[in-house]
Design a protein around this ligand. Structure first.
Ligand code: 13P
Length: 252
């Protein structure tokens, strides 16, 4: 039985005051959020505050990125140990915005995954194809390549692993993947995980969909058998829509 997950990726949004207001409202709703694990991934500047606000509420928190070294002369980077120090359970790695805008390669993501797993974090590994790759019928090949390279030489993570299928063309565009397309790719991802990490690990790894998820489309997406939840960008910035989506995931 896999956990269902609703993960908020705030990206580069919210002042500390806005983050605090969000957490205060989320704390009120938290007791009713059963049957789904909820996670908030704020920018680093709000992470300490979010950790304090969400402590003992059942809601978890995580980073949006981390480096592969534990400490040292790496200006601007944050290590997995530092995230653990803030009692993070999760870290998002390999988000397409980092791959495309910051030039992160699969080799870098592979090192980050190893370091995060070594520190006891649960990585949320993002994979997904661009529109051009989909139109050229290369979506599966691209996702397979990302998975194989990102997970290369990694033992099945003991703390766990989450995969998020986020087609790049669906992120922030208002155009989500159809539930059929998301299901097809996510079942393919599970097959690949069985090859790289073994069938037992693949069977317990939650695989999420991300890309223009909102309270109107999540029920249809969650009706698919292999989809275990969502990684939510824009619609996670308001407590009300995040909580509605989390409830719909719980009830799916
Ligand atoms: P949107 O939900 O804003 O499309 O963003 C998805 C995403 O990138 C989550 O990581």
């Amino acid at each position: 039985m896999r956990n269902k997950l609703a993960i908020a990726n705030w990206k580069m949004n919210k002042s500390r005051a806005e983050a605090k207001e969000f957490c205060e409202q989320l704390r009120q709703a938290a007791p009713e959020l059963t049957g789904v694990e909820t996670v908030v991934c704020p920018p680093f500047t709000s992470l300490y505050l979010v950790a304090e606000q969400l402590e003992n509420t059942g809601v978890h928190w995580g980073g949006q990125n981390c480096f592969w070294e534990e400490q040292g002369a790496y200006t601007g980077e944050v290590s997995p140990l530092m995230l653990r120090d803030l009692r993070c359970r999760y870290v998002i790695l390999g988000h397409s915005e980092r791959r495309q805008i910051l030039g992160e390669t699969d080799a870098m993501i592979n090192r980050k995954l190893a370091a995060a797993i070594g520190a006891g974090l649960i990585p949320i590994l993002c994979v997904g194809e661009t529109l051009q790759e989909r139109e050229n019928h290369r979506a599966r090949e691209v996702v397979k390549e990302q998975l194989d390279q990102d997970l290369r030489n990694l033992a099945p993570p003991t703390a766990g692993l989450v995969i998020a299928y986020e087609p790049v063309w669906a992120i922030g565009t208002g155009v989500n993947a159809s539930s059929d397309d998301a299901q097809e790719m996510i079942s393919f991802i599970r097959e690949r995980l069985a090859q790289s990490l073994g069938p037992e690990s693949a069977a317990v790894t939650p695989i999420l969909y991300g890309g223009s998820v909102n309270s109107n489309n999540i029920a249809e997406i969650m009706a698919e058998k292999d989809i275990d939840g969502a990684l939510i960008g824009g619609a996670s910035l308001q407590v009300s829509s995040f909580v509605t989506i989390a409830r719909l995931i719980a009830n799916a």
